[in-house]
Design a binder for this molecule. Structure first.
Ligand SMILES: [Fe+2]
Ligand SMILES: [Fe+2]
Length: 159
């Protein structure tokens, strides 16, 4: 029997946070199926909040931009820099759809409008988390200890 490494690898904690977000989105879909608008609103607000925390942590500590470049390709960009830039761009797009769904439900009372975006958000979120878990997290072997500690603290605090 092999003992589980302790502390668990950072990639494992990040993937667990994806599963927590999957669960929140699943609650939204369940509420949508039941046509329970109050539960839909509560679930998308929680998902949107958790999404913003998760992606902010990644952008601050894991996938930093080349200084001055943000979402635009730097000259001579490496494969790793390109992957990280594309993931930051996906964050912008995913937050946009999630934030729009929350606004439609909370501010505009536009339930069909919010429901119409659910498939778009599900596809983007699934593709993004799969890409991170397969391609990006395995590259995170040289994080500075302070950054890694900050991510571990933040993820542990949400458990
Ligand atoms: Fe991400
Ligand atoms: Fe992520």
């Amino acid at each position: 029997m092999t003992a589980e490494p302790f502390p668990p690898p950072l990639a494992e904690l990040l993937a667990l946070d994806h599963r927590r977000l999957d669960d929140l989105f699943g609650r939204f879909l369940t509420a949508m199926g039941a046509k329970d608008t109050a539960a839909e609103t509560a679930a998308i607000r929680r998902f949107d909040h958790a999404l913003r925390l998760h992606t902010a942590l990644e952008e601050e500590h894991l996938f930093p931009a080349v200084p001055g470049q943000k979402l635009v390709a730097a000259p001579g960009e490496s494969d790793r820099e390109r992957l990280f830039r594309e993931l930051r761009l996906e964050h912008v797009q995913i937050r946009e759809v999630s934030g729009m769904m929350a606004r439609l439900l909370v501010e505009k009372n536009d339930v069909p409008g919010a429901r119409a975006l659910a498939g778009n958000l599900a596809r983007r979120w699934d593709a993004h988390t799969t890409r991170e878990e397969k391609e990006a997290y395995p590259l995170l072997t040289d994080l500075d200890p302070a950054g890694e500690a900050a991510v571990r603290d933040a993820l542990g605090g949400q458990a």
